[in-house]
Ligand binder design. Structure first.
Ligand code: NAI
Length: 314
């Protein structure tokens, strides 16, 4: 079994990604799902994905694709999956009752020192860990899809998560080659979705007011803000756009404040504006072409990841 055992609970889209990331770093990965068939399908898919990554030169770590595949073992029971694991990554569907049930089961099976991480994209960790014996070991490790090309992981502690667990989880994410950010406390939407929703809100408002159509709103991001945000965030961008942040605020602070007061109000995404935005999006990408467009996006993200790797090496 080896000392570096990790357990992945749930073998869907995200469970498979975690399994590949851990195998890339040489961990012994144990994968569990509610049926054997699901686990077998997942391992087949992982094999194909690892081979595709090897072909495109994006495979992580020092092991080749078949060596990485050998590190991933399907398990028949949750107990077999998690017993003796130093780290457990829960990847079951986003449903609070299910998360509570799975965390209660994990609580009874894990070693006292095991980190128990959830992939949840929006549930606060306090909501499913409060009554656990091992609650000090629970943390959210929220990846971004597809995690192989988009390396951010948000680490979100519950109020009772021990600081050592938060530090250790960050070290493990760095070891995988991911880019962790560590929140000091849980907050709705964590960080990524708070920022994403602020952007979505203003896009919604610009469409509603008819200031721009949908394609042009998206262009502001893909051809304007997006290219530089792929390499540095908005705060460092501001720092560079003047003689440092203080100078930026002296120059632009008043304008930012005055424009910000005119930003659209928080609203529900429904009604006539939803119909308008949806119609334009469907004209642009018909629903039957979504899969094709997703593949195109993943290709772009893979090229960007390669570019960023090359830049990092310099
Ligand atoms: P998915 O639906 O692709 O996979 C979930 C898997 O969990 C399925 O294979 C299902 O059979 C299995 N499962 C259900 N009950 C189980 C149980 N009791 N024990 C073990 N396995 C069980 O879902 P996906 O997309 O992989 O999402 C998993 C988690 O990751 C969710 O919390 C989601 O919010 C989060 N997440 C998803 C992202 C995405 O883009 N899909 C991005 C970031 C986080």
């Amino acid at each position: 079994m080896g000392s570096k055992k990790v357990a992945i609970v749930g073998s869907g889209l995200i469970g498979r990604s975690w399994a590949m990331l851990f195998a890339g770093a040489g961990y012994n990965v144990h994968l569990y799902d509610v049926t054997q068939e699901l686990v077998e399908n997942a391992i087949k898919d992982i094999e194909e994905q690892l081979q595709a990554l090897a072909t495109s030169g994006l495979l992580r770590g020092n092991l080749n694709a078949s060596e990485q595949l050998k590190l991933i073992t399907g398990t028949k029971t949750l107990k077999e999956c998690v017993q003796g694991a130093l780290y457990v990554q829960e990847c079951v569907p986003e449903n609070l009752e299910l998360k509570k049930k799975v965390f209660a089961e994990l609580d009874a099976l894990v070693d006292d020192s095991a980190i128990i991480a959830s992939s949840t994209s929006c549930t606060l960790p306090s909501l499913f860990s409060e009554n656990m014996k091992h609650r000090q070991n629970v943390i959210v490790a929220h990846p971004v899809n597809p995690p192989f090309y988009v390396p951010l992981v948000e680490l979100v502690p519950a109020p009772w998560t021990s600081p050592e667990v938060a530090i250790k989880a960050r070290q493990i994410m760095e070891e995988l080659g991911q880019k962790p950010v560590s929140l000091s406390r849980e907050i709705p939407g964590f960080a990524l979705n708070r920022i994403q929703y602020a952007i979505l809100n203003e896009c919604w408002y610009l469409a509603q007011e008819g200031i721009l159509d949908v394609a042009d709103i998206d262009s502001v991001m893909s051809h304007g803000l997006g290219p530089r945000y792929a390499f540095m965030g908005p705060l460092e961008t501001a720092h560079l756009n003047a003689e440092g942040m203080e100078n930026y605020c002296e120059r632009y602070g008043e304008t930012i404040f005055n424009v910000s007061k005119t930003l659209g109000p928080v609203t529900r995404f429904e009604g006539a504006n939803l119909q308008k935005v949806n119609q334009q999006l469907v004209d642009q990408v018909p629903l039957e072409n979504l899969q094709e467009k997703r593949a195109w996006r993943n290709n772009c993200l893979s090229s960007l990841a390669q570019l960023k790797q090359n830049i990092d090496k310099k």
